[in-house]
Design a protein around this ligand. Sequence first.
Ligand code: ZN
Length: 440
Amino acid sequence: MSLPLLAVLVNYSCKRVDIYFPTDSISNFVEKPVVVEALKTRALPEGSCDKLLEFLRLYRDAVQMIVDRIWSINKRLSWKKLHRLFYSDLVRHGLRAHHAKEIYVYANSLVDSARSNSGRKPVLRKLSARIDKYDYRLDLDSMTLILKLHSDYEVKLRLITSRKRIEKFKGWSNYELAVKYEDGEFWVSVYFRRTIKPLKPRTVMAIDLNFDNVTIALFTFNGRLIRLKRFKTPHRKILTHRVWVERIQRRYPRSWRFIKGVRKAIERHGKKIKNISWDYSHKIGNLIAILALKYQSVIILEDLEELKENNKKSREFNKKLGLWFYRRIQFCIEYEARERNLEVVKINPRGTSSKCPRCGSKLIENENRVLMCRKCGFTGDRDVIATINLYRKYVSKYSRCGAPGVAPNAPKPDESPSGMQGNRDEAMKNTSSCMNSYES
Ligand SMILES: [Zn+2]
C-alpha cells in the first residue's frame, strides 16, 4: 500500500486553504499532473436530519475510540495492522466498509500529527465525516447528493449554491467529500480533480523571486532570450507592518495578548499583511500565466523545499520575512498555470545566484546587484543570472530537443553536456499533484 499523499486544497476564489490527506485509492494519479479543488457549499437535508446527525455522532465517536486505542499502543502502525485491529469492530457498529477505512486512516493521521506537534492526545468535538466516493452519489445537474449512512440509512441533500459555481466542475471527477455540522447547518466539501494534459512547451520561462523583484525571463529552447520582465514585490510594505507588530509586542511584552486595544492593533497589521500578500500573489500569478500561455512556455520555479538552512538565499528570506510569501506567490503561479494546462517544473536553486552561467566559477558582487566572474570576465545582473542558471539547469535536466540550449551570453555549457538525463516522465512527476504548502 502506498503512503497517503499530502495535498493542499484550496478554495481559491475565497482564499480558503484546507489541508487534506487523500487515501491510497488515488495513488495512480500521482503520476500525472492534476488540479485538485474543493467545492464547499451548504447542504439542506430533505426531510428529517436525525439520521444524518446520528451518523455524524457515531462517526466522531468512532474516530475518537480509534484515536484512544492507537494512542495507547504507542508505536507506528501499518495500514494492514490498522485494518486488522479496527475494521471489524467499526463494521459491527453499523458503519460501512469504506466508512471504516476512512475512520482508521483519519484517526491514525490525527495521532501522527499530534505526536509530532503538541504531544497531546487529540479530542474531537466537531461533527464531521469524510466520505469515500463509494458511499455517496452526487448529481450536479439536479444539485443533489445522496449519502449512505450507517445501518443502510440514506439521506438526500440539496446543495445550496449557484449553478454557475457548479458548472465549472462538470467534466471533473470527484473522489471524496467531507460533511460537517456547524451552528445548525450542514456543509459539504466535495473534492474534485482534473488531470491536466500539459501543452507541449515551445519556450521556457524561468522565474527568480527575491526580496525586491520578481524576474521573468523567457527563452527559446536554443537559448535565445526573448523577453525579460521585472516586477517589484511589496516586501518592503509587508515588512513595515511586521516592524509595527514587533514594536507593539516589545512595548507590551507580557500583556499584549490580554489588552483588547493592543491585540486589535496587531490584528489590523496582520490583516494588512494578508491582504497585500494575497492580492499581489493573485495578480502576479495571473499575469505570469497569461504571458506563459501566449508563448506556450514551461514555467521554471525555484524549488523552495531545496533551500537548506545554510543557504544564502534561505537566510535572506528567513531573516526578513520567512518563506511563506514566496510560497504564496509560487502557489498562485502554479495554480494559474495549471488552469491553462501549462507545465510547471521546480528546480533546485542551489548555486543559481552565485555561479557563473558561462564557466561555473563563483561570482563576486561587483556593485549594486551586478555580479562578475573573475575567471572568464562575465558580468551580469544578479536576478537575470539567476534566471539564466535556472533555465540552464532545466534544459540540461529535462530537455529532449537535441542539444541542450545554450544560455545567452554563456556560449558553452561547461558541465554535464547531455540533455538526456531525465526524461519527460520525470518532468511530469516533478510537476505532479502536490500543490505548494503554505503558512498563513
Ligand atoms: Zn565565468
